[in-house]
Design a protein around this ligand. Structure first.
Ligand code: DQA
Length: 143
């Protein structure tokens, strides 16, 4: 059994881009942390980062239906990609959306999150540690 860990545009720059906003951990650090956390519950992780909307959708369509759950940081696509939203609705797997920064404290265009009604929950503003909480939310048996 595996989780999908999906990252949208510009997140390949994690650790380099605006460290005051996104922290100093790299994408590789985040992937490793999720891998280690998921492994302790017996789950593997299949991960993908892309700067291209269609590539993310292709990946989700291929690997999503058999995933135990999905962790996605859609980057800026989270604010306007109805295509990604429809894809997640179609796949219909438990999904946790992560935003490293607290998007609600930032520019107005970041306040709207179009995946909200198709995800199980969101972790926003807790830094890269948010991915750990998202992993636990999917791996731990639900009360
Ligand atoms: C982000 C927030 C988005 O608004 C931004 O476009 C990103 C990163 C976050 O993790 O805080 O690329 O998703």
């Amino acid at each position: 059994p595996y989780l999908l860990l999906v990252h949208g545009p510009n997140l390949n720059r994690l650790g380099v881009r605006k460290p005051e906003t996104y922290g100093s951990q790299t994408l590789a650090d985040v992937v490793q942390m999720v891998r280690d956390t998921a492994a302790s519950y017996g789950y593997g992780v299949v991960d993908k980062q892309s700067n291209h909307e269609g590539e993310l959708i292709d990946f989700l369509q291929s690997h999503g239906p058999n995933a135990h759950g999905i962790i996605i940081n859609p980057g800026a696509f989270g604010h306007y990609s109805y295509a990604l939203r429809d894809c997640l609705e179609d796949i219909d797997r438990p999904t946790i959306e992560v935003h490293i920064s607290n998007v609600h404290r930032r520019e107005a265009f970041r306040h709207h999150l179009v995946l909200s009604d198709v995800v199980r929950g969101q972790v926003v503003g807790l830094g890269t540690e948010g991915y750990r909480y998202a992993t636990l939310a999917l791996c731990q048996p639900r009360p």
